[in-house]
Design a binder for this molecule. Structure first.
Ligand SMILES: CC(=O)SCCNC(=O)CCNC(=O)[C@H](O)C(C)(C)COP(=O)(O)OP(=O)(O)OC[C@H]1O[C@@H](n2cnc3c(N)ncnc32)[C@H](O)[C@@H]1OP(=O)(O)O
Ligand SMILES: CC(=O)C(=O)O
Length: 533
């Protein structure tokens, strides 16, 4: 029989306590709606007593009809020098008009004495009075026992007493918090067993773990095995310092591996999409190495791995990536074997056999080029063009006969101005020669403008594409200005995004290679779409 666990997401509150993770009210609403679509049970929207933005979020989210989730407002117990009914923070919690309120209180004696500057007895009164005050006004009231595990280690009787007071005053769930994130899984288990011994086996408790020892997910799972009914965490593990427990790992672990049920488990195939959406909204790059949902989570690089997954994916995958909405990827690099090339070629629409001698030649060429500094993981368009070249079907739509770049330097403190002149032949070998110049705010920008200007007369569709990202990496080897550089360019049009690479001692030459491959790939894709080549 499977057991149920409730998922409590605090991305919009504890998540926004992470460095560089900031959300506007509009962002928070978008994320909340997405979390609701995923099937998250509780969405903690913020601390209404903290700032007008969080208070506004609670007003705005009321206009939306959520499918499943319930919104929670977060705050602390009342101030030691106030009474509950006069405390602004508790009032703000009620003004948020959420069905759920979560308040945190102090468990650890050092916090009571040093942070709150009050007595142990007064803290117990504060916890009890705050919970009692809120209780009649909300459907669900959760009590976060801040620093529960650290507090228990120092003074178990006092830590347990704080829980008893919160429970007696009416808290629905006692959430045990590893606030400093330093507790290890075996300690979580031992301490929870003590809690159950003293408060009773039926104690309704949850877990809120931070990741400072890199154990937040493990600690959360251990707590669930000990009977936690609620798991708090954030999308992608964002949160104060090293972050919170990562729900994008916890949810699939619970559902796929531990036999637990939760609403989000029914929509697991959307997990990757939601995880990436949250970072997109926060304008942050999605960390590729995240388990389950990262771009590298099912990316196979070593030739031995690729050979085996082609025979049976389970050989190197702990789950089928589609179960969490992710995809299998095969990378091509100097660690590749023939299997990587066969897999990749198939993705490009080319059926090759591992025994075909051309596959061996492609492997050799890729390894040679990687040794020279090329890298194809983020430049699959260049890889596809290279494969066609080695298959004897080069994709060439123009030829760059020459270029020159001139720094115009209008004035020392004015904006930079660079002119590039290019000579191209379209189509290569026999075609018309076009000689064009253009300016830009830097040499690569000027080259890009001049090349486009020359080519757009022949290929107007190049107007649809734009360069999205340009990265230069100095390669190890010769130090200083004689070093080789690798240029990676990401381009896109209305439908697609692609990456190309160039390598040279000359940054302009490397950029030119990557630019030319980028335009070539666009022209090739358009012809392919029309059934040509
Ligand atoms: C473990 C956690 O992550 S808890 C959540 C932490 N998140 C945040 O702090 C973000 C939101 N916080 C804020 O906007 C502000 O800190 C506020 C509005 C809550 C308080 O601001 P201020 O009144 O200026 O106080 P300040 O931030 O300097 O200090 C925190 C105050 O909270 C009090 N406090 C801390 N924990 C509790 C608690 N559990 N119960 C009651 N009071 C508490 C402290 O005693 C201190 O008050 P004091 O200076 O009068 O003694
Ligand atoms: C409540 C909370 O955020 C913590 O204890 O970490």
């Amino acid at each position: 029989m499977s057991r149920k666990v409730e998922i409590y997401d605090t991305t919009l509150r504890d998540g926004t306590q992470a460095e560089e993770f900031n959300l506007s009210v509009e962002d928070k609403v978008r994320v909340a709606l997405k979390l609701d679509e995923l099937g998250i049970d509780y969405i903690e929207g913020g601390w209404p007593g903290s700032n007008p933005k969080d208070a506004r979020f609670f007003r705005e989210i009321r206009d939306y009809r959520l499918r499943h989730a319930r919104i929670a407002a977060f705050g602390s117990t009342h101030h030691p020098r106030k009474e509950a009914h006069l405390d602004e923070n508790l009032k703000a919690l009620l003004e948020a008009k959420t069905p759920v309120v979560t308040i945190f209180g102090k468990t650890w004696t050092i916090h009571v004495k040093e942070a709150l500057k009050t007595t142990l007895e007064r803290n117990l009164e504060i916890i009890e009075a705050s919970v009692r005050f809120l209780r009649p006004h909300v459907e669900k009231l959760f009590y976060d026992a801040e620093h529960f595990f650290d507090g228990f280690k120092e003074d178990p009787d006092y830590a347990l007493e704080t829980l008893k007071r919160a429970r007696e005053a009416g808290a629905d769930v006692l959430v045990l918090c590893d606030t400093n994130g330093g507790t290890l899984p075996h300690e979580i288990v031992e301490i929870i067993r003590e809690v159950k011994k003293h408060l009773g086996k039926k104690t309704v408790f949850g877990i809120h773990a931070h990741n400072d020892s890199d154990c937040a997910v493990a600690n959360s799972l251990a707590a669930v095995l000990e009977g936690a009914v609620q798991v708090q965490g954030t999308m992608n593990g964002v949160g104060e310092r090293c972050g919170n427990a990562n729900l994008c790992s916890i949810i699939p672990n619970l559902v796929l591996k531990m036999g637990y049920e939760c609403e989000a488990g029914k929509n697991l195939h959307r997990l990757t999409e939601v995880s990436r959406f949250v970072f997109e909204v926060a304008n942050l790059p999605h960390p590729r190495h995240l388990p389950y949902v990262g771009r590298s989570a099912f990316a196979h690089k070593g030739g031995v791995h690729v050979s085996a997954i082609l025979r049976h994916p389970r050989t190197y995958e702990h789950i089928d990536p589609e179960r969490v909405g992710n995809t299998r990827r095969v990378l091509v690099s100097d660690l590749s074997g023939r299997s990587n090339i066969v897999y990749k070629a198939r993705q490009f629409g080319l059926e090759l056999s591992a025994e075909d001698p051309v596959v061996g030649r492609i492997v050799e060429e890729v390894k040679k080029r990687e040794a020279e500094g090329y890298e194809y993981e983020a430049a699959e368009a260049s890889l596809e063009l290279l494969m066609y070249q080695l298959l004897g079907e080069p994709k060439r739509y123009f030829e760059l006969l020459g270029y020159r770049v001139l720094d115009l330097r209008p004035s020392e403190d004015g904006p930079p101005l660079v002119e590039a002149t290019v000579v191209v032949r379209v189509p290569p070998g026999v075609g018309e020669v076009e000689h064009t110049a253009a300016v830009g705010n830097g040499p690569v920008n000027a080259l890009d403008h001049a090349l486009r200007k020359a080519l757009e007369r022949f290929y107007p569709q190049l107007k649809e594409m734009k360069l999205e990202d340009y990265k230069v990496r100095v390669l190890p080897g010769i130090p200083g200005t004689g070093a080789r550089v690798r240029v990676l360019i990401t381009s896109r049009d209305h439908h697609r995004q692609w990456g190309t690479v160039g390598v040279s001692e000359d940054i302009l030459e490397a950029s030119c290679q990557a630019l030319i491959e980028s335009y070539t790939y666009k022209l090739y894709l358009d012809r392919k779409a029309k059934g040509g080549s």
